[in-house]
Design a protein around this ligand. Structure first.
Ligand SMILES: Nc1ncnc2c1ncn2[C@@H]1O[C@H](COP(=O)(O)OP(=O)(O)OP(=O)(O)O)[C@@H](O)[C@H]1O
Ligand SMILES: [Mg+2]
Length: 242
């Protein structure tokens, strides 16, 4: 569904990513992990069509990416909700922009799914950070994307809320599977959610290793099998952090 061929990106002399080959299959959940500044966000923005690679090619659903696509949603680190719009109106925003009608029922369904059924008419400032991030998750699902790009979506949250939302994302992915490219700093989050974990080298980001997580779902934090994968991932990360 997502395919990167020898993708490189240079910002005015700064090599952010270099020679990245990466494929994400239909319904596959791939996590990208690596040091701060190693080019993870750059990689995501290349797939989102928000940046054009300076080398190599990026494909989504077999088509070269040249601009943002309506079947690809992007979720950033901060919820970025419009403060004057209600929760419902925020969730509906992408549908409005894309000119999709009759998405109100779907928006209510999604809010229900993430436990915000009673908050549709509230304004963002009336919600906690975790609730806002949940609204943002609904917003990225409203257009029924085939591909979801998520850039550290939960990193601004406290550990407990973060765990809750990771579990929620796992459930959403089980109920409505999509192709997901998920950037994170969290080893536990990556192991909980991903089918495969791509470890990048420090800048310029290159693929250092790919770790398969062949564990049944649903997964739970603290599971012995998860800890084993976390340990080996930590060892792989250790190789690239020196
Ligand atoms: N818009 C930009 N203009 C110039 N240089 C940039 C720009 N965006 C990123 N860079 C450079 O590319 C490198 C990779 O940045 P990127 O944001 O992709 O890193 P990251 O892996 O997402 O880091 P973090 O984990 O801190 O979010 C950075 O070190 C920075 O020097
Ligand atoms: Mg980043």
């Amino acid at each position: 569904m997502i395919s990167l061929h020898q993708v490189s990106h240079t910002f005015g002399g700064v090599r952010a990513v270099e020679g990245v080959d990466l494929d994400v299959g239909e319904h596959e959940f791939v996590a990208v992990i690596g040091r701060s500044g190693c080019g993870k966000s750059t990689l995501l923005r290349l797939v989102a069509g928000l940046l054009t690679p300076t080398g190599g090619r990026v494909f989504v659903a077999g088509e070269e990416v040249t601009r943002p696509r309506r079947d690809v949603s992007v979720m950033f680190q901060r919820p970025a909700l419009l403060p004057w719009r209600t929760v419902l109106a925020n969730v509906l925003l992408p549908a409005e922009i894309l000119g999709l009608r009759d998405h109100r029922a779907r928006a209510h369904e999604l809010l229900e799914l993430v436990g915000l059924g009673g908050f549709a008419t509230r304004l963002p400032h009336e919600l906690s950070g975790g609730m806002q991030q949940r609204v943002s998750l609904c917003r990225s699902l409203i257009q029924s994307p085939r591909v979801m790009l998520m850039d550290e979506p939960f990193s601004a949250l406290d550990a407990i809320t973060r765990t809750d939302l990771s579990l929620e994302l796992q459930r959403v992915q089980r109920e409505h599977p999509r192709s997901v490219l998920f950037v994170t700093h969290s080893i536990d989050e990556a192991v909980l959610l991903a089918d495969r974990i791509v470890v990048l080298t420090p800048r310029p980001g290159r693929v250092h290793a790919v770790v398969d997580v062949r564990l049944p779902r649903p997964r739970a934090l603290g599971q012995v099998e998860l800890d084993e994968v976390s340990r080996s991932l930590r060892a792989v990360l250790g190789e690239v952090t020196v």
